[in-house]
Design a binder for this molecule. Structure first.
Ligand code: NZQ
Ligand code: ZN
Length: 384
């Protein structure tokens, strides 16, 4: 087990109607609020009106229209609003895209640098406005991490960045707000959560029993409740367990011990930057393809353990067991969760320049490689 420092300063209010805590939480940091939200789902949900009622004694300035795969232009707009209106607190109400944009806005508001410069070098972030989030989609874990991902269409890049100042101060996680998330976004969310767990579970570090065992249990929770989201969108236990799994998949707990060895997210980000594809749905294709490609004598035991414990594969031959588990994973995403079966269905054309994409993917990485569970060079990324 590697040494680690575990630091998560986010307070979580979890459960139905926990938004009642919003007034006291906002009051603890100020009265001038930037309300950040997306394309309008929070209005259909009744959450927009609820926020205005709860914060009746605050001044609310709106920054709306945050896109899925949020763009730097939206961040710049939010930064401008914060500076013009002397904002005290950024209130993010939405999914991961809204939360991520809010983090970038909170940092940009406290800096003279352009927000994209802070994203390219997050060490430049020396202060940030407090962030409070009300989560409406279970997927990214942005509600309890210090990371955000922003797209710059001009440079065709989608960039993740992290700084401890960007942890939300408070996140309100009410599973009933996710009842209205459609089947595709719900399934993509489950795939994203499972990908965050798998990116950590596949590691070479010995003796990480706590992380490994929790990872397996979180994955089993996703396999159990994921399909329920499609059949019964208003199933409270299913929405609640998936929401809490999304938080724990990526709040720093699982990587404490194994360390961070992520591979598939690097490939997802380049595909998103070029084709604006949905994050989780892309990962649902990348994870099984990546596992198939890296399966070898060294890592077959761990992949077979995943097959046996997550998908109950019964097969004595370790290599075959691993292969069957990978097939089960692909079927879970594409058949059970009804996600796209290939890149064309996802929206990436068959004649895309995959060689160029693979090279772009590894270009900005140390040594021009993805140094994850198995080191990947451009040619490996192309093959996957
Ligand atoms: O824009 P609105 O109208 O709100 O609609 C959204 C959007 O169209 C809709 N939605 C959200 N809550 C809803 C709802 N529709 C109905 N009812 C609700 N309650 O869902 C659509 C997708 O929303 P989005 O926020 O884009 O989805 P998600 O939460 O999956 O976020 C994806 C973004 O997060 C990044 C991804 O790369 C992507 O840009 N990630 C962030 C991470 C982090 N901060 O740590 C890690 C992840 O690996 C990921 O990279
Ligand atoms: Zn992700």
């Amino acid at each position: 087990m590697k040494n680690f420092t575990y630091y998560v300063p986010t307070k979580i209010h979890f459960g139905e109607n926990q938004v009642q805590h919003l007034p006291e939480e906002v009051a603890s940091v100020g009265k001038r609020v930037l309300l950040v939200y997306g394309g309008g789902s929070i209005k259909k949900l009744g959450l927009y009106d609820k926020v205005y009622n709860l914060l009746a004694d605050c001044t609310i300035v709106e920054c709306n229209g945050i896109e899925p795969n949020p763009r730097i232009a939206s961040v710049r707009k939010g930064v401008e609003l914060c500076k013009t209106h002397n904002i005290d607190v950024v209130l993010a109400v939405g999914g991961g895209s809204v939360l991520d944009a809010s983090k970038a806005i909170a940092a940009g508001a406290c800096s003279d640098e352009d927000a994209w410069e802070l994203i390219l070098d997050a060490k430049k972030i020396k202060a940030a406005l407090p962030i409070i989030s009300v989560l409406t989609l279970s997927a990214t874990g942005s509600e309890m991490d210090q990371t955000a991902v922003i797209t710059n269409p001009e440079t065709k890049s989608k960039k993740g960045f992290a700084n401890d100042l960007l942890f939300p101060k408070v996140s309100i996680c009410d599973p009933t707000y996710t009842y209205t998330v459609n089947a595709f976004q719900s399934a993509s969310g489950v795939a994203d959560i499972m990908s965050h767990i798998m990116e950590t579970f596949f590691h070479h570090e010995a003796g990480c029993d706590i992380s490994d065992q929790v990872a397996i249990d979180l994955l089993k929770t996703c396999v159990k409740y994921g399909p329920v989201l499609l059949d019964e969108p208003n199933h409270y236990e299913a929405r609640a367990n998936i929401m809490w799994a999304s938080t724990w998949a990526i709040n720093g707990f699982l990587v404490s011990g194994p360390g961070k060895n992520w591979s598939c997210h690097a490939m997802q980000h380049i595909l998103s930057a070029y084709y604006d594809v949905t994050h989780g749905a892309t990962l649902a294709l990348l994870e099984p393809a990546w596992l198939s490609y890296i399966l070898n004598d060294t890592n077959k035991d761990r992949i077979a353990r995943f097959a046996r414990e997550v998908f109950n594969v019964e097969e004595e031959n370790t290599y075959k067991c691993a292969q069957k588990g990978i097939q089960k994973l692909y079927e879970f995403f594409t058949v059970t969760m009804k996600l796209p079966k290939n890149f064309a269905e996802l929206g990436i054309p068959n004649d895309a320049n995959f060689k160029e994409l693979a090279e772009e993917c590894v270009k900005s990485r140390p040594g021009g490689k993805i140094g994850g569970y198995e080191t990947l060079e451009a040619n490996d990324v192309f093959e996957i």
